[in-house]
Ligand binder design. Structure first.
Ligand code: HEC
Length: 102
């Protein structure tokens, strides 16, 4: 019985920790990117929104391509170093962009 309780406590703590540290691409995008890319648009350079057609035309197809773009910035976009956006966070943002902005 005691072992069962202990396992339960461990399971609950584990679940809480996962949620605490979960990276949420949507939330990160809202915090870091939507100032210029609200709803996938581009308020600085209107010819470069985040929708698939435009991304692909500019050679940004994969999660890695997008992570590189986040790191590089350029032409009016800030470059984000890993101390501001970690690798798992950058990947979560990239995955959010790919699944959200068709
Ligand atoms: C200060 C405004 C600004 C912020 C903040 C910003 N961007 Fe950008 N972004 C731009 C501009 C301007 C461009 C066009 C220049 C270029 O493509 O190099 C761009 C281009 C892009 C592109 C390429 C789009 C295309 O069609 O080729 C992607 C992808 C992108 N941004 C993602 C992001 C992500 C992800 C974030 C947040 C981590 C972000 N941007 C934050 C201004 C911004």
């Amino acid at each position: 019985m005691k072992t069962v309780n202990l396992l339960l406590v461990i399971a609950v703590l584990g679940f809480m920790a996962t949620n605490l540290y979960a990276v949420d691409g949507k939330e990160l995008f809202a915090r870091h990117c939507s100032g210029c890319h609200y709803e996938g648009g581009n308020s600085v350079n209107r010819s470069k929104p985040l929708h698939r057609l435009f991304r692909h035309a500019n050679g940004l197809r994969t999660v890695d391509d997008l992570v590189n773009k986040i790191r590089r910035g350029g032409q009016g976009m800030p470059a984000y170093r890993p101390d501001r956006i970690s690798d798992p966070e950058a990947r979560a943002i990239a995955e959010y962009i790919i699944k959200t902005f068709d």
